[in-house]
Design a protein around this ligand. Sequence first.
Ligand code: UD1
Length: 390
Amino acid sequence: MSSSAGAGGPLRIICIVGARPNFMKIAPVLRALKARGVETMLVHTGQHYDQVMKEDFFDQLGIPTPDVDLEVGSASHAQQTAEIMKRFEPVLLEDRPDAVLVVGDVNSTIACALVAVKEHVPVVHVEAGLRSFDRYMPEEINRILTDQLSDLLFTTEEAGAANLQAEGIPRSRVHYVGNVMIDTLKANLDRASRLEDVMQRHAPGALSLVGEAGYSLLTLHRPSNVDDPEVLAGLVDTLIGLAEKVPVIFPMHPRTHARLESGGLIVRLEASDHVALLPPLPYLDLLGLMANARYVLTDSGGIQEETTALGVPCVTLRENTERPITVTEGTNEIVGTSSTRIQEVVENILETGGKSGRVPEFWDGRAADRVAEVVEAWLVDRRRVGSARA
Ligand code: UD1
């Protein structure tokens, strides 16, 4: 263990989480910082709050109970972002850490980065530089702005550095370290749940659906897919068709469940003998389903990366991706929402096994160690320069 102690005591970093995908990213980072003697305070904004969207992840990933829960809950983008800022500011002012570390691209990420930078507290962004070039995605706005505010930026793939350079961010702030979410995947793959157990827990009546043909896994939650009733209805019809060949297991995000209910679409899915509807799943359950699926249909960013790491074919139901390496090196295909195109790509996967991929460089389970090493060295140096000036 290296020691981050020096003049002014141990280094101290506030780490932020808010929504489900943040939890998988922060777990290895907290561990790696601790191993170097850095003190951490974990702040959960409360953007996601249900048991299945929160506690199950903390338990399974061994994340300590947050030191502070801001309990902001759901609201419009402006309200949620503003509320996180209002509630985080006093926490930051009281603790005065050496840095604030944010992950990913959710509203909690930009909100806390903005509070920190205005108080002259350095911002560390893990998973920087990803760009879909689609400004209708709320996450794209969060990414661009968070990166502009950050002092240290950690990228998951080579394209990140070029994107950041194009936006005028000095190269010296950017470090290519790999993918901390894949650290979590590698650390937990042996513990991933078995299909039978997942179904037993969440949809006992539906296990018989899965036979010789195996199953495919579907996740859907992007506003562009689920908030537009026409797009959602089209996707539902396509999926019911696909499920005739290979049954579809569909854990529903709360946003999606609500839209399927209000649009009267859930009955169509329930009427299919080949679709299993499940609640949102804990990490190890989703990981188990993903690892053994014939193919995965998704609009999630994280799942595009996880399927690449697992070598499982991924059909992305979006027009673009901010994670191009999953296409150039991995198993991902960007397919959009056209029924014909989705069917074509799935047919091909079933016939040929899909495109073969390789796991990108540094997606090796050690990304968080690299993050912690750079952060510690940078902060120690910053303190030294600060005390020399004083
Ligand atoms: C958020 C992130 C998105 C991430 C996703 C993962 C932003 C802008 N979006 O989208 O990048 O991919 O999380 O899930 O930050 N809800 C519950 N229980 C919860 C949380 C939410 O029922 O614990 C319901 C609420 O009705 C809420 C809706 O889900 O209005 C959407 O939640 P929200 O956090 O606003 O956005 P997500 O779609 O989850």
